[in-house]
Ligand binder design. Structure first.
Ligand SMILES: [Ca+2]
Ligand SMILES: [Ca+2]
Length: 487
């Protein structure tokens, strides 16, 4: 048995920040790239070539609408669509299938369908009890967009970029050579604010703001205030963001940012088979963010190599993805699942990470097992207010190999104890003087395939916490004591 010698509690501190729209803590977001999800209408398949990863693949709003039951059955509570704007023409053989090359911010690309179909989709999503998040691009137009010649004064120039102070270069210089909007031009700020109002009017509940690192902060602050006033949740994508950056943007007024530091730590610690030290450090820092419960947690997305491809071996990729998804569902924050990650879809860097979605009839036995485990983990999270909404108190301290992470989630008198075992074998652990109230052997709330309780157990005797955990997985246990008196 390994002994945990030091035991302490990391307390949450809070900074000043704007209140975020209510109802988002506790959500589980499912991310879809419509072109790569489901093709429901062959009549709009202009230029489709499934063999070319840079071409349109035919997915559309009708196809997505037909798969909402799949998304709901997984347990997601909100749908995030990457942009559906009308796109510029293909550039060097690569199409705007991903949606990030807008030609017109207020129309739907014909490959996806029509604005009427978009409205019908948001209505159907709402009728199923789910929320709608839409990607918003506020940094740029697509290459060679008509606006570039119609309104040259709307864009930053190379001279602006050269003259910009070092701290302003990210926002003033172009991102991948895309025509960069100058948000300090009133007509541009008006255009972008109007875009948000336009999509809100189509039934959108939340925006995922693309590339906020490259957007003027003054504009973002004003836009975030407008969105907040309209009750719209805002999730910014700041590539590489850590706790400090998340705190900065929540204080600026955005509801949330994606936690790239946690993503990296989960990749290194779980998929990479290293220690959980990195995860422990990130969690301790995140607790200081103004709204830790709104931080978007994720394993991968359309800009990163697929999580499951972090190892060469497909079976290992599946097992560790299932472990990481269980782990993700035990953490404070808003989990975001990129289409396909629920069955450990593989793929390398962009565009290989955007392979066409496959549905259950095309899964292998291994993929089916990952999906079953993921769906179970989501159901367990949703059934527990402590897991969905609770505070998170990390029991710090380490065993010899740093293979154990233990924390307590509590909400209104309901508490659970979460334990991750990163060890390559089944392990038992004893945590001295845990401060917990005695309780008999308690099974994990997670289930193995077949529906039996996960083969994990905990008990507390004379304040000592005993854990028996399978190799490389997370477990969660109901705590009898409502609020443990920790040292
Ligand atoms: Ca189609
Ligand atoms: Ca910019």
């Amino acid at each position: 048995m390994n002994k945990l010698l030091a035991l302490s509690v990391l307390l949450t501190c809070t900074a000043q920040a704007q209140p975020a729209p209510s109802g988002w803590e506790g959500q589980i977001i499912y991310q879809v790239m419509p072109d790569r999800f489901a093709n429901g209408d062959r009549s709009n398949d202009d230029g489709v070539n499934l063999k070319d990863p840079g071409a349109w693949h035919g997915g559309d709003l009708q196809g997505l609408s037909g798969k909402l039951d799949y998304i709901r059955a997984l347990g997601a509570t909100a749908l995030w669509m990457t942009p559906v704007y009308r796109q510029v023409a293909p550039v060097d053989g690569v199409a705007g299938y991903h949606g990030y090359w807008p030609a017109d911010f207020r129309s739907v690309d014909p490959h996806f369908g029509t604005l009427e179909e978009f409205r019908a989709l948001t209505g159907k999503v709402h009728s199923l009890g789910l929320k709608v998040m839409l990607d918003q691009v506020v940094n740029h137009y697509g290459y060679g967009a008509a606006a570039l010649s119609a309104h040259p004064d709307w864009f930053h120039t190379q001279a602006d970029c050269s003259a910009a102070a070092p701290e302003s270069k990210d926002s003033v210089c172009t991102l991948a050579g895309l025509p960069d909007l100058n948000q300090s031009v009133p007509a541009v700020a008006t255009l972008l604010a109007g875009n948000a109002d336009f999509w809100r009017a189509q039934g959108v509940d939340a925006f995922r703001y693309d590339a906020v690192k490259n957007v003027d902060q003054g504009f973002l602050k004003a836009q975030a205030a407008r969105d907040r006033a309209a009750g719209t949740f805002t999730l910014g994508e700041y590539y590489g963001a850590d706790a400090d950056r998340i705190g900065e943007y929540q204080t600026l007024g955005l509801s949330s940012l994606f936690d790239f530091a946690l993503q990296n730590a989960l990749k290194t610690g779980i998929m990479g088979g290293q220690s959980l030290n990195g995860v422990r450090e990130v969690l301790a820092q995140d607790a200081a963010a103004p709204h830790p419960g709104l931080i978007a947690t994720f394993l991968d997305n359309h800009d990163l190599p697929r999580y499951a491809s972090g190892t060469l071996f497909e079976d290992q990729g599946q097992a560790r993805t299932a472990y990481a998804l269980r782990a993700l569902m035990t953490l404070k924050g808003i989990p975001v699942l990129w289409q396909g990650t629920e069955y450990a879809q593989r793929g390398g860097a962009d565009p290989d990470n955007r392979r066409d979605m496959r549905f259950p009839e095309k899964w292998t036995a291994g993929e089916k097992a990952v999906y079953a485990s993921t769906r179970d983990a989501i159901a367990v999270r949703k059934a527990s207010a402590a897991l969905s909404l609770g505070t998170q108190r990390l029991l710090s301290g380490s065993d010899d190999a740093n293979d154990l992470l233990v924390f307590i989630r509590s909400h209104q008198g309901e508490s659970v104890l979460v334990a991750w075992n990163n060890g390559k074998t089944r392990r038992t652990y004893a945590v001295d003087d845990s401060g917990l109230t005695d309780q008999p052997l308690t099974p994990s709330l997670f289930h193995d395939s077949g529906g039996n309780a996960q083969n994990a157990a905990m008990s507390v005797r004379s304040r000592h916490l005993y854990l028996s955990l399978p190799a490389q997985t997370a477990a969660v246990f109901t705590l009898k004591a409502a609020s443990p008196a920790l040292p």
